[in-house]
Design a binder for this molecule. Structure first.
Ligand code: UGA
Length: 446
């Protein structure tokens, strides 16, 4: 919404949320304190806020005044009931649709921006149609699907120069109204128009294909390690084939983030619902392999450290699910750290953007008051050298650019010998770490 406001100064954009604290943070005059860390977002918000970008808790008034409403609420995986663990929980979409139905005036275009299971538009429409049918309400609605393809960390560039914008719907005028907004900065050939269901399914499919590439390359990484091949060489060799392409072939600790796993599980649920058991099993395997990769990493650490990490200090560098974000949702670091805590390790965790409070929440335990031998727990560290002090191993779990130029002699000097580097992202200068006396394991290196 900030980018739309930035690119379309003649469009008034009001972002509403029920959470007053969050809205206040979006209105904070100190742009470094916005609730989301995303490179370049502060500049965009700084340019548009107060001009044609507003943040408010006055939800109903904003809906009443709007020609177009974007539903951008979260749709997490259901935790209980039918479809628990797989289907999306649509309670917030339904609540928002009901709120729009009640507060809208005149004709309103309702745009599904949240990632939704296929045919959700039907439910949204049914709710809006009921309001439309109320005699004398004067309300009419059109529903569009406009899924978002930005990735965290590169969100602003992805929005400013998208590969494509997808608009699904049945009402040609509504589609053109939305297309004309994107048309202010996106070349016309990149604005794709489809029917509603194709649009909803394209979003899930795009994420499933991307995640599948990561599970595929991670499966080959394991094979490289035992055969003496190097997964980066294999990735380069296959990625040079223009039919395969070079992106999204980086082996790592497994994919994280709020979307990939959720969207695939959703796809699996959908396939089962329609009786496509074999298709469901095919996609389920992408998630299973991802979990296996994370487990494989924690087992590797334990095995290498003579079969036990109880009471040993391990330095964990990076907790976010990828670089350039403070987001930890489904971060592979969570499962890997939990496994190591279970084994009794003491983890010294450092991340340039993730706060201790978040790590506590994700690991389900507060930081230790003091390190005590033989006990599993974790401590926040200020920097990589502080994390490595007294540690038997350094684990790199997020590919922050700073980890490419670590001071290996300085780190090695404060570690206990024999000291290990487990580089799950293959970003560190392995030669420098080896020269400093460390034993080095890199994902996918035989
Ligand atoms: C992903 C998609 O890339 C976006 O197109 C989509 O809009 C978004 O989900 C969404 O549905 O909201 P995001 O989760 O922000 O974006 O980040 P990605 O760059 O896709 O990375 C996801 C995970 O895969 C990260 O943990 C990353 O480290 C990992 N990854 C990515 C790899 O392990 N190897 C790679 O080669 C690429």
């Amino acid at each position: 919404m900030a980018v739309i406001a930035d690119r379309c100064p003649d469009v008034q954009v009001t972002v509403v949320d029920l959470n007053a604290e969050r809205v206040a943070a979006w209105n904070d005059t100190d742009l470094t304190r916005l609730p989301v860390y995303e490179p370049g977002l502060d500049l965009v918000v700084g340019r548009a806020r107060g001009r044609n970008l507003h943040f408010s808790t006055a939800v109903e008034a904003a809906i009443a005044a709007a020609d177009m409403v974007f539903l951008s609420v979260n749709t997490p995986t259901k935790q209980r009931g039918v479809g628990a663990g797989q289907a999306s929980d649509l309670r917030w979409i339904e609540a928002s649709a009901r709120q729009v139905a009640a507060a809208a005036t005149g004709h309103t275009i309702v745009v599904e921006k949240s990632t939704l299971p296929v045919r959700t538009a039907e439910a949204v429409k049914a709710i809006l149609d009921a309001a439309q049918g109320d005699a004398g309400s004067g309300k009419t609605f059109s529903v569009l699907s406009n899924p978002e393809f930005l990735a965290e960390g590169t969100a602003i560039a992805d929005l400013e120069r998208p590969d494509r914008v997808l608009i699904g719907g049945e009402d040609g005028d509504a589609i053109e109204a939305l297309a004309s907004i994107y048309g202010q900065w996106v070349p016309p050939e990149r604005i794709l128009r489809t029917n509603l269901w194709s649009s909803e399914l394209s979003k899930l499919t795009a994420n499933a294909f991307l995640a599948q590439r990561i599970s595929s390359i991670n499966s080959i990484a394991a094979l490289c390690e035992v055969t003496g091949a190097d997964v980066r060489e294999v990735a380069r060799a296959i990625g040079s084939d223009s039919r395969i392409g070079s992106r999204f072939l980086q082996a790592g600790p497994g994919f994280g983030g709020s979307c990939f796993q959720k969207d695939i599980l959703n796809l699996v649920y959908l396939c089962r619902h329609f009786g496509l058991e074999d298709v469901a099993a095919y996609w389920q395997q992408v998630v299973d392999l991802n979990i296996w990769q994370q487990r494989r990493l924690s087992r590797k650490v334990v095995q290498s450290l003579f079969g036990t990490v109880t009471g040993k200090r391990l330095a964990v560098l990076g907790f976010a699910f990828k670089a350039d974000t403070n987001d930890t949702r489904e971060s592979p670091a969570i499962r890997i750290c939990r496994d190591l805590l279970e084994e009794g390790a003491c983890l010294a965790i450092v991340d340039p953007k993730v706060e201790s409070r978040q790590i506590s929440e994700d690991l389900g335990c507060p930081p230790l008051a003091a390190e005590s031998p033989g006990e599993g727990g974790w401590l926040p560290a200020d920097d990589p050298v502080a994390a490595a002090r007294g540690a038997d191993a350094v684990l790199i779990l997020t590919e922050w650019s700073a980890y490419r130029q670590l001071d290996w002699p300085g780190i090695a000097a404060v570690m206990r010998r024999p000291a290990w580097l487990f580089d799950a992202r293959a970003v560190a200068d392995a030669a420098a770490a080896r020269a400093a006396g460390l034993r080095v394991w890199r994902v996918g290196e035989g």
